[in-house]
Design a protein around this ligand. Structure first.
Ligand code: COA
Length: 284
C-alpha cells in the first residue's frame, strides 16, 4: 500500500520491538527503507528478532536490551544511538498488562505496569525530545495507547490509568512542541492477536469467540494492519496530523458504547416487524 522508499533515511526506535506489534512494525519500517533500533528487556528475544528481520528484509536493524522503567538506562541507550546520528522517530510501544481484580493487586503490580507504560514512555520521550529541541531537528513520536483511555476498563486498572496518562502526554506535547517541529500521535488498537497480550488478557480460548462477536467486523485486527497504520503516521505523508489518537479496533468500542446496540442485536425479525408503524387506511 506504500512506495518502498516511504521511510527511506528515517532512523526509528521502537520500544518493546522484539515481539508482537513492535516487531511487526519493525518489519514494515525496514521494508519501507527505514533504519530501525529495537529495545526490550530480554536480550535473547531481541537478538533473535534482529537476526530474523535482517535476513527477511535486508534492512538495517540494531537491538539493545533496555528496561524503559529505568530512566538512566534509557538516557544511556539514547546517547549511544545519537552517537551514530539523531533518531527521526520514536515509537513508544513497550507495555505491560494483565487481567486482575483491582483489590487483589499489590503496589508492585501497579508500579510495574505504570512504570513501563507511562514512565517508560516519558523517559524515552524526554530523552529524544530534549535532543530534538536543542538541535532544531524534526521528530515524530508515535505512542501506542488503547481504546479504554477515556472510558477506563474494569480488571485492567493499572493499564487504564497509565494509558490515559500516555494519551494526555501525547496531546499535551503535540501542542507544546508542535511549533518546534515535533509531532506526537497515538494509535489506540483494539484486539490484535499477539502472544504477549493474548496470553495475559484472554485466558480461555472460548473467550476469543465472545470477543469477536462483540466486534462489528466480527474478527480481530492483524499485526499487518497495525504496522501499515504506524508506517503512515510516522511518515512525512501524515505531516499535518498532530495530537491525534487513531482508533483501530473494527468499531469495537463504539459497539459497547451505543445505548441500543446490544438490545437491537437481540431482537428477532418478527419483533422488528412489530416495531414498524402500523399502516392506516388513507383518509377519505
Ligand atoms: N496479576 C497480579 N499481579 C501481577 C501479575 C498478575 N497477573 N503479574 C505480575 N504481577 C505483579 C507481581 O506480583 C509483582 O508485584 P510485587 O512486586 O508486589 O510482587 C509485580 O506485578 C511485578 O511483577 P514481576 O513478575 O516482577 O514482573 P515485571 O515487572 O518484570 O513484569 C509485567 C511486568 C507484570 C507487566 C509482566 O506481565 C510482563 O512482563 N509483561 C510484558 C508483556 C505484556 O504484558 N504484554 C501485553 C501488553 S498489552
Amino acid at each position: 500500500m506504500f512506495k518502498n522508499d516511504l521511510l527511506k533515511s528515517k532512523r526509528i526506535l521502537i520500544t518493546g520491538g522484539g515481539t508482537g506489534l513492535g516487531k511487526a512494525s519493525a518489519q514494515r519500517f525496514l521494508e519501507l527503507g527505514a533504519e530501525v533500533y529495537i529495545c526490550g528487556r530480554r536480550h535473547e528475544v531481541l537478538t533473535a528478532t534482529e537476526h530474523e528481520l535482517r535476513a527477511s528484509t535486508g534492512g538495517r536493524i540494531h537491538s539493545r536490551p533496555c528496561d524503559v522503567r529505568d530512566a538512566a538506562a534509557v538516557e544511556e541507550m539514547i546517547g549511544i544511538i545519537w552517537a551514530d546520528g539523531p533518531l527521526d522517530v520514536l515509537m513508544n510501544n513497550a507495555a505491560g498488562n494483565f487481567l486482575a481484580r483491582t483489590e487483589d493487586l499489590s503496589l508492585g503490580a501497579f508500579q510495574s505496569v505504570i512504570g513501563i507504560v507511562l514512565m517508560g514512555s516519558l523517559h524515552t520521550t524526554m530523552a529524544c525530545g530534549r535532543r530534538w529541541l536543542q538541535a532544531g531537528h524534526k521528530g515524530t513520536v508515535l505512542n501506542i495507547t488503547t481504546t479504554y483511555t477515556t472510558t477506563g476498563s474494569a480488571y485492567v486498572v493499572p493499564s487504564a490509568v497509565a494509558k490515559a496518562g500516555l494519551q494526555a502526554l501525547t496531546r499535551s506535547l503535540a501542542v507544546e512542541w508542535g511549533n518546534r517541529g515535533i509531532r506526537m500521535n497515538a494509535i489506540a488498537p483494539g484486539p490484535i492477536p499477539t502472544e504477549g497480550a493474548f496470553s495475559r488478557l484472554l485466558p480461555r480460548p472460548e473467550l476469543e469467540q465472545l470477543a469477536k462477536q462483540k466486534n462489528p467486523l466480527g474478527r480481530f485486527g492483524t499485526v499487518e494492519e497495525f504496522a501499515n497504520l504506524a508506517a503512515f503516521l510516522v511518515s512525512d505523508g501524515s505531516g499535518y496530523i498532530n495530537g491525534e489518537v487513531v482508533t483501530m479496533d473494527g468499531g469495537e468500542w463504539l459497539e459497547g458504547a451505543g445505548e441500543f446496540t446490544a438490545l437491537g442485536r437481540m431482537l428477532t425479525d418478527k419483533e422488528w416487524e412489530m416495531m414498524k408503524p402500523k399502516k392506516t387506511s388513507p383518509a377519505k
